[in-house]
Each structure stands twice: as C-alpha cells, then as structure tokens.
Design a protein around this ligand. Structure first.
Ligand SMILES: Nc1ncnc2c1ncn2[C@@H]1O[C@H](COP(=O)(O)OP(=O)(O)OP(=O)(O)O)[C@@H](O)[C@H]1O
Ligand SMILES: [Mg+2]
Length: 369
C-alpha cells in the first residue's frame, strides 16, 4: 500500500495498521510513488490530497493505471475540492473519503479495497480461463466440422469412384483373360511373349490399384468381434518383423497394458495398422526405428505408431487423409484414406504429429469394450 500525502498523516496510519500484515510505503513526491509502482506490485494507493493537488492527481492515476491496471485508488480530500474530481473517468476513483477522516473508516475502506481487488483478480483469472476454453472448444468444433465435410466429400467421391472402377474392371478382366490365352499358345516367338508378359504385369498392377480404390470407395462392413488389440499388434509385428529387419529397421514394443479389448473387425484394424507401418517403413529407406506403443486412456485404447523417418511437411499434414494425396512415385495415396475410413467406422479417431527429419507419429484411438 502506498500513501501519498503529508508525513503526519502517514504516521497516524502507520500506527493504526501496524498490527496488520501489510506493508505501507510513504511516497512524499509524485515521482517516488511512480518509482515504487514501477518496481513492485502494489494493492492500494491512498492519496491524501491538499486543496491544490487535484491536477497532479489526474496525471498520477493515469500513470499508475497504465503500469498496474488493477491497483485500487483511495482518495481523501477536502469537501471544498470535491467537485474538482467529478470529471475523472469512472474506473479511476474507487473509494472516496472526505476530510477529516476517521481512521476506523479508512481501515474499513482499505479492507473493502483489498476485497474488491481480490475479486477483480479472480474474475480476470476466470475470464482468462473461459477465453482459453472458448478457444479450445472453437478449435475442437472446427476439427469436427472439417471432419464432417471430409466424410461427406469422401462419401460422394467414393460413390462415383466405385462406378468408374466397375467400368474399368470389366475391360481389364477381358485383357487379362486374353493374355492368359495367348500365353498358353506354344508357337509364339520370344519377343512377342516378352511383350505379353509386360501387358500381364501392367494389368496386374492396375488390378491392384482398382482393388485399392474399391476398398476405399466401397469398404466392406466390419465384422465386429471381441479383439485384444495387444495380441493383434503382436501378431502384426511377427508378420512384418522380417520385412522390417531386412531394411535395417528396429521394431520396438512399448506396451503399457497386457490387454486392451476392443469390439472391432480384426482384419480391418490389422489393415489400418499395416498401412501406417508400411508408410513408416517407406519413410525410413536407410533404416531407423519403428516404435509401437499401446496404452489405455479413459475408455479408449491408444496405439501409437512412431518412426524416425523423413517426417511430413507441415503444409501436407492436412492433406494426408485426402484420397490420392501422395508424394511417392508408385503411391496411390489411398493407404491413409482407407485407414481413416476403417477407424471412423469403428467410432475411433486418428491423429498425426510429425517433424521434418525427426519422424512421424500416428495415434489410433479406439473405444474399449
Ligand atoms: N510415416 C510417414 N512419414 C512420412 N510421410 C508419410 C508417412 N505416412 C504418410 N506419409 C505421407 O502421406 C502420403 C499419403 O500416404 P498414403 O499411405 O495415403 O499414400 P501412399 O503411401 O503415398 O500410397 P499407398 O499407401 O496408396 O501406396 C504419403 O505419400 C507420404 O507423403
Ligand atoms: Mg501408404
């Protein structure tokens, strides 16, 4: 508490407040009070005004409020100059006392000022928390909205794709059938045979792509059953371990639970995890580490698949689940959209974090049974 006024007045207050746990500082000049406010937090300023000081008061309060906006102002003044302060901004004068001041009234005013300050601080903190919550909720809502738009876009695209793929599949089957007939003939020269094999190989590749498109555009209905995610992930690791070790990738398990039972289609979840693991492998052509973490949080099982690969550019993170987004020459850009479809069909969620040259982290979250 700073007291700006005559020494005799300050002494009398000092005695009155000596038993209280408050520090009283006397500022004999306006500059001293500004210096104090600049260097330490102050709850209250008491101005004991003489008749000619009201002009100085306006400047002082303005400076104080700029430095410490929540500071409480108590003004003690003579009745004769009462009207001089009427045109001050409303929130500058919090407590006004007319001379001669009874010290017990000043004491109560100080307590009221402290309580007012405490409440203002509390409201400010509450307001800040509220603002933070609004920002969080707004971003959650934005995410949900983006996901809704994404699912609608995907559903529309899926329908048209399914039709196109059926049209492509028919002639493809005819071409494939004819290559098989030609390959059965014995009198074909070697150069023609080589070309037929190239056609057969390309048809095979195209078939793979159309199958992948169908998987994305017309996903099979999940066959739900009780599945232990921990043992499912263990099985996937056994299946892929050799493939990873030949590429110098160390697979690290970090399971924080022995079991995590989920109601799901084991084949589809296996496909989603495998797609992410395949991406991780492709992101580490020179080798690295692939870690699989499983833990339970609330009523969800979480599977984190993290690699130490190339990472994903920030501007590409939002495009990962868009169909046909790929940065690979041989990629279809359907691995992650298929994953997304599967996980959403299981009422789960999928999150991505990535840093260039450090690696990527995909989290699949599935509701527990
Ligand atoms: N772990 C990862 N590290 C770096 N980039 C990744 C990773 N996972 C995905 N990506 C990026 O996301 C793109 C889309 O992945 P997605 O699996 O959908 O398609 P793809 O791998 O390119 O092709 P497909 O899976 O159909 O063969 C990739 O091309 C790649 O740029
Ligand atoms: Mg992929």
């Amino acid at each position: 508490m700073i007291i700006s006024g005559k020494t005799e007045f300050v002494n009398s207050i000092n005695e009155f407040f000596s038993a209280e746990k408050c520090t009283l500082l006397h500022a004999a000049t306006p500059d001293t009070s500004v210096k104090i406010i600049e260097t330490e937090p102050v709850d209250i300023v008491i101005f004991d005004l003489s008749t000619k000081q009201h002009d100085m008061l306006r400047r002082q309060i303005k400076i104080f409020k700029q430095i410490q906006p929540d500071i409480e102002i108590i003004i003690i003044l003579a009745r004769a100059v009462f009207d001089k302060i009427f045109d001050m901004p409303n929130d500058w004068i919090h407590h006004l006392l007319i001379k001669p001041v009874d010290l017990s009234l000043l004491y109560v005013t100080v307590l009221t000022a402290l309580e007012r300050k405490r409440m203002i601080t509390e409201i400010r903190e509450y307001q800040e928390k509220l603002e933070k919550k609004v920002v969080e909720r707004t971003s959650e809502l934005k995410n949900v909205q983006e996901r809704l738009v994404q699912s609608e876009k995907l559903a529309a695209l899926g329908q048209s794709l399914a039709g196109i793929v059926h049209e492509i599949n028919n002639p493809l089957c005819v071409i494939y059938g004819r290559t098989q007939l030609l390959l059965m003939q014995t009198n074909i020269p070697e150069t023609i045979l080589r070309n037929i094999r190239i056609i057969e190989d390309q048809v095979h590749k195209t078939k793979n792509i159309t199958n992948r498109i169908l998987k994305f555009s017309k996903p099979a209905r999940p066959k739900f059953e009780r599945v232990d995610i921990v043992s499912l992930v263990n099985d996937i690791i056994v299946l892929l371990d050799y493939e990873f070790s030949t590429q110098n990738i160390k697979v690290v398990k970090n399971f924080h639970t022995d079991h995590a039972f989920v109601f799901c289609d084991a084949d589809q979840i296996q496909e989603a995890i495998t797609n992410i693991m395949t991406n991780a492998k492709q992101a580490m052509p020179g080798g690295g580490e692939l870690s699989l973490e499983i833990f339970i949080k609330g009523d969800h099982a979480n599977i984190i698949i993290a690699d130490t690969g190339a990472g994903i550019k920030q501007e590409n993170i939002g495009k990962l689940f868009d169909p046909f987004f790929t940065t690979k020459s041989e990629g279809t850009g359907l691995g992650l959209p298929i994953c997304y479809g599967i996980i959403r069909e299981h009422s789960g969620d999928i999150f991505v974090k990535s840093r260039i040259d450090i690696g990527s982290e995909f989290t699949i979250s599935l509701p527990l049974m």
